[in-house]
Design a protein. Structure first.
Length: 416
């Protein structure tokens, strides 16, 4: 059996990596992984070049359009490529150009630019290109997650090609579009029950848990928290807040992405809260940008504030970041889920109570949800005060997730 994994970076690739690695080590299945954007950097040290591919590796399939692809990609590069990310420019140029070229083929160049200017990369859905790649690879099973753009495009292409598919749902099943793979893996029974009324009758839902969560908890438990704090010059008694800024997206009622906000609209009020609270409490703030984000976007907030430190993944790993932290603040990052499972207190927040918050599960326990910036400040103030008097306990997560997801998924694959 040949398995084809397709995923972006961050949590998406980490999720599939747990499955792919064990498949290679414990079965005779053939494995190919298409790593999109920074997904390649996340796992390049774990697989050889026969297993791990980038979209650029399929450039020969697009020889008739390569000039256009490179032209579009070069135009989009300055706005989308982070030169310090480690990703080669040729990879970004091809990925961006391939995606935008599909938009042009489907909608015309004028409309394509209009769509891009409104939604940026979230306008991309390169089904035509992913279909070419799937035809080339001809897998027996496509495995991906719930990310839009190339992941969604590969699922749509698999349906047209009659290739069986599997989606690993990273969170709560509130995805747009509704998951539609042949087999859908979800976090727990509550998510399964929610999705059963939404999915097509041809989709089978399995409440197996979440592979990357099991791995995260194990990795964080193995971190020497005090040693990492010493390395960073943080005492073992100083509260640490982990802030994970992300892209701020406006969602429609059907969970579709309508537009992207200027990051300053959200980040500036949040940093203002941290600065105001720092005058009352002695704590350290660690800023961990998304792997696809540019760290220099946050320079103006950090300058002159010694209690704030920004760390990229090379300087402080995800697991170290979670281990040394006590509180975690984010708008919609999966780091809140992972941190909560590791016993940290997470503060998901909205920026405007009039706007729908797209993860309703984070609006109740074990999370401390804030509907706006004022409530976020009050919630942080209260918890920081309780931390100082040791009147705080870890959240109860007993019904939140199941363990053993990787083995359950592999067992299912073997039965297909």
């Amino acid at each position: 059996m040949k398995l084809l994994f397709v995923a972006y970076g961050g949590g998406h690739m980490r999720l599939l990596h747990q499955i792919a690695q064990k498949v290679i080590n414990t079965t005779d299945f053939s494995v190919k992984i298409i790593a999109l954007t920074t997904g390649y950097l996340d796992v390049k040290n774990f697989y050889n070049k026969e297993v791990l591919k980038r979209p650029f590796d399929y450039k020969d399939l697009f020889h008739e359009e390569l000039e256009k692809i490179r032209s579009y990609g070069s135009q989009l590069l300055p706005e989308n490529h982070n030169p310090v990310s480690g990703l080669e420019e040729e990879d970004s140029i091809f990925y961006l150009g391939m995606s935008f070229n599909d938009l042009v083929v489907e909608h015309g160049e004028e409309e394509a630019w209009k769509m891009y200017n409104e939604k940026k990369r979230h306008a991309f859905l390169p089904k035509r290109s992913m279909k070419k790649i799937l035809e080339q690879e001809s897998p027996d099973l496509l495995i991906t997650t719930t990310s839009p753009k190339c992941e969604l495009a590969s699922l749509l292409a698999s349906k047209e090609l009659n290739i069986p598919s599997m989606q690993i749902i990273d969170l709560f099943g509130d995805n747009y579009p509704v998951p539609f793979a042949d087999h859908i893996i979800v976090l727990n029974k509550r998510v399964k029950q929610k999705l059963e009324s939404k999915v097509d009758n041809n989709s089978n839902i399995h409440a197996f848990g979440q592979p990357v969560f099991d791995y995260t908890v194990t990795q964080v438990e193995e971190i020497d928290r005090e040693a990492v704090r010493n390395r960073l010059g943080i005492s073992k008694t100083t509260p640490v807040i982990l802030f994970s800024p992300s892209r701020y997206l406006i969602y429609g009622n059907n969970r579709s992405i309508l537009k992207e906000l200027d990051h300053n609209i959200v980040n500036e009020p949040v940093f203002k809260i941290f600065i105001e609270l720092s005058k009352k409490y002695n704590f350290k703030l660690i800023v961990r940008p998304h792997p696809n984000d540019r760290a220099d976007k946050f320079s103006k907030y950090i300058s002159g504030n010694d209690f704030i430190k920004l760390y990229k993944n090379d300087d402080l790993s995800l697991y170290e970041s979670i281990s040394i932290s006590d509180l975690v603040v984010a708008y919609n990052s999966t780091i809140m889920i992972e941190s909560t499972l590791c016993g940290k207190i997470a503060f998901p927040h909205n920026y405007d109570p009039k706007e729908a918050y797209h993860w309703p599960e984070l609006m109740s326990e074990p999370f401390i949800y804030s509907k706006d910036f004022k409530e976020l400040k009050n919630n942080l103030d209260s918890v920081l005060n309780n931390l100082l008097i040791n009147n705080i306990s870890s959240p109860d997560i007993s019904t939140f997730y199941n363990k053993g997801a990787v083995d359950k998924v592999i067992d299912l694959i073997g039965k297909l």
